[in-house]
Write a protein that binds this ligand. Structure first.
Ligand code: BJ8
Length: 425
């Protein structure tokens, strides 16, 4: 880290020794997993820098924004529209966590058989180690899976700024009407917090900013269709993860620069692995920082990941918001339409996701799909079965992996993945 941020972390109320321990684990994990990769694009230096400052410079930026009166909104789900936050003069950051922390404490609040993602969010709060959570003026929870919606009842007792957004579970007219009214309610809550009314101009501008970020991520995704793959799945995942924290305009510019370099690589047929290396698609639960376990296992076992059907991946960013509306109502409708297409497994039925996984497998010329389900995540584990069946009917091999954030099962997963790679290769 470029500076000593101890006093800033202290002011945010972090537990300094626990936070130090977390940074150490994060730092050594990053070194062993990311910096050990070969043939990385030079532009990834930007993400190395961002990660080295993820609790430093970026937090200082947020603290400075707060000092100038800007509000920070933390969110746990891609259903929370960044467009609305930006249009009201607020900054949105992702809060999902990808590491176990303070598990003993967590299990005083949540049953053991809760998914690692929810437990981790609680662990970061109870362990007082997340400066994003502690900087947030509003924390948005959403009624998606049963685990999350019940967990927010407990989280509401641990924080005094939780806002719960209701979400539909069915893609019907009523479902869309609920989403639209919840987005209006959220807009009003954010306006009341920032004291800034959203205008047609500010919303259009915000839509453009977020669309530009998504377009850059589409560009990155498109380049991964090449063989040899110009960038690793680990690095592409990192770009997607950082998109939840970074300043959106800076992120877009930096990612576009990396894509320029990757375009060059594709032209020169330069890859992170040789041509014809087995290509795998990941599908399933989101992977929040620093959850790099599965891609790390896959890419150190002789395959390359070419896409993620995930909220930290294509499910989260594939659709753009139409900015052609000329009234607030039309723009809010466009936002609702855009987010209503997100095919999270909490929806029932959810045929779009099955179609999307198959489309992606074809487009990215995958040799096989790994379905990633977090233990105790009912929506994704349940959908893993029809996903696997649909893929296999099309002759696309699929491997279902169910795991958590622990490292105890790495050896066993590696053996299964190596066998799968042999099969598809
Ligand atoms: S839109 S995927 S970000 S809810 S892993 S907490 S589903 S038990 S994270 Fe998600 Fe929004 Fe959907 Fe995307 Fe529950 Fe499963 Fe845990 Fe999950």
């Amino acid at each position: 880290m470029s500076e000593d941020y101890t006093s800033m972390w202290q002011d945010l109320g972090l537990d300094l020794s626990a936070h130090d321990a977390l940074l150490n684990v994060l730092g050594s994990g990053y070194r062993d997993i990311y910096l050990a990769q070969k043939e990385r694009p030079e532009g990834m230096g930007y993400f190395d820098f961002v990660m080295s400052e993820v609790h430093g410079l970026r937090i200082k930026e947020l603290v400075d924004e707060k000092a100038q009166g800007r509000k920070i909104i933390g969110s746990y789900c891609v259903f929370v529209p960044e467009e609305i936050a930006l249009a009201a003069g607020a900054t949105l950051v992702g809060l999902c966590s990808g590491a176990d922390f303070a598990m003993e404490e967590v299990e005083k609040y949540l049953p053991r058989n809760t998914c690692a993602l929810i437990k981790s969010s609680f662990g970061f709060k109870l362990g007082k180690v997340c400066p994003y959570l502690e900087s947030a003026d509003m924390i948005v929870g959403e009624n998606t899976c049963d685990g999350k919606k019940k967990a927010y009842e407990s989280l509401g007792k641990l924080v005094d700024n939780l806002y719960v957004m209701d979400l539909p579970q069915v893609k019907s007219e009523n479902g869309r009407a609920l989403l639209r009214s919840e987005y209006d309610r959220f807009r009003q809550a954010v306006e009341a917090m920032t004291g800034k009314a959203i205008t047609v101009e500010s919303l259009k501008q915000a839509i453009e900013t977020v669309n530009a970020k998504r377009r850059a991520l589409h560009r990155l995704a498109g380049l991964r269709k090449a063989d040899p793959a110009p960038v690793s799945g680990l690095d592409a995942l990192l770009a997607n993860q950082v998109s939840f924290y970074d300043n959106p305009a800076r992120f877009t510019e930096s990612l576009n620069k990396i894509c320029d370099e990757l375009e060059q690589r594709v032209e020169e047929k330069k890859g992170i692995a040789s041509e014809k290396t087995p290509r795998l698609l990941l599908s399933g639960c989101p992977m929040a920082v620093p959850n790099w376990k599965l891609p790390w296992i896959v890419e150190t076992s002789g395959a390359v990941i070419v896409g993620e059907e995930s909220c930290v991946g294509e499910r989260g960013v594939r659709n753009l918001t139409n900015d052609s509306g000329s009234t607030l109502d039309e723009l809010m409708d466009a936002i609702t339409d855009r987010y209503f297409k997100v095919d999270c497994a909490i929806f029932t039925p959810n045929p779009d996701r099955l179609d999307h996984v198959m489309e992606m497998a074809e487009e990215y010329k995958a040799d096989g799909v790994i379905h990633y389900g977090l233990q105790f995540c009912q929506p994704y584990l349940m959908e893993a079965v029809p996903v696997e069946k649909a893929l296999e009917e099309k002759g696309m091999p699929c491997l279902r992996i169910e795991t958590d954030y622990g490292m105890e099962d790495v050896g066993q997963i590696k053996t299964r993945i190596q066998a799968f790679i042999e099969q598809v290769g």
